[in-house]
Design a protein. Structure first.
Length: 305
């Protein structure tokens, strides 16, 4: 065990839980704050207390922020309370730290680059969000840059591709692999409201978590207050048709997939493929093969019902 404390905000969620496990395996003392998310004032107070407690210790520290509000279909109002909370939690007043630490903020590659041109997109691509969700990720990224500068921390902004794997929140209407599997287990059709050749990058959850943990190590040697922005992706594009075929193969039978309609359809980019040119050593790994990851996801969804 190291003497480093890692605060994981959103540690009960899909990515946060996986990252917490990865950091524990690396020897960190992981703290997951209990946050009353339904009460914005109480949540901000609890988070401010947790952040201050970690930073005030005279010992190495890290903070992972994987909590987020809303999805691509959410309207602007859904993100206003999140902005206010970040302003309160990350305000410089009262932040005292004698030991520079590392911070990871989980952003969204799909949200940030939804309207960009020049596939595949990398860290030099100009962000072009189509929806309030993507714009809110850019606003939050900037807030964390300001916090890192104030606290003398090294910030890693992770613009993350589509995560999939066991452990996702099945009640949240996102995550194509798990939602296709859930619909099939519940014997109902899946509605697809974008063209079937819509292309996405799917990153297995444990691969993403390992990359986050290694990324924090990679930026630790950087100057205090510095920000590194990296795309976290498998760097392999797959169409919806290919995803449906993989889920169908995992079940051993065809899925009932139908054309649907949703007002958020224009917010979804047609082709979101990525290449990373930053901290490329994190990408030099053997990812879980997509078909295997889908099989594990389907088995987890089956086991949850």
């Amino acid at each position: 065990m190291s003497d480093r404390t890692a605060l994981v905000v959103g540690g009960g969620g899909f990515l946060g839980h996986a990252v917490a496990r990865a950091l524990e395996r690396a020897g960190d003392r992981v703290v997951v704050p209990r946050v009353p998310w339904d009460d914005p004032d109480a949540a901000a107070a609890a988070l401010r207390e947790a952040v201050t407690a970690v930073l005030e210790r005279d010992r190495p520290w890290r903070m992972v922020w994987s909590a987020g509000t809303g999805i691509v279909a959410s309207g602007e109002q859904a993100f206003s309370s999140e902005r206010a909370m970040l302003d309160r939690v990350l305000a410089p007043a009262g932040i005292v730290t004698s030991t520079p630490g590392e911070v990871f903020f989980a952003s969204s590659a799909g949200g940030v680059y939804a309207g960009a041109t020049g596939v595949p997109f990398d860290e030099h691509t100009e962000p072009a969000p189509l929806a309030p969700y993507g714009r809110s990720r850019l606003t939050a990224e900037q807030r964390f840059r300001e916090f890192a500068s104030d606290a003398g921390a090294r910030l890693l902004v992770g613009r993350i591709a589509n995560l999939y794997g066991p452990g996702s929140n099945l009640r949240k209407p996102q995550g194509l692999v798990s939602q296709l599997a859930l619909a099939h287990v519940e014997r109902r059709p899946s509605s697809i409201y974008v063209p079937m050749d819509t292309t996405r990058d799917y990153l297995y959850i444990d691969d993403a978590a390992a990359m986050v943990a290694e990324g924090l190590d990679a930026v630790a040697a950087g100057p205090a207050g510095a920000t590194t922005t990296k795309i976290f992706a498998s760097q392999q594009g797959r169409t919806i048709t290919e995803v449906v075929d993989a889920v169908s193969a995992a079940f051993g039978e065809p899925l009932d997939v139908r054309e649907g309609h949703d007002l958020s359809a224009p917010f979804h980019g047609r082709d979101l493929q990525f290449r990373s040119s930053v901290l490329t050593e994190l990408d030099d790994r053997e990812h879980v093969p997509f078909e295997e990851g889908v099989r594990r996801t389907v088995a987890a969804v089956r086991g949850s019902r």
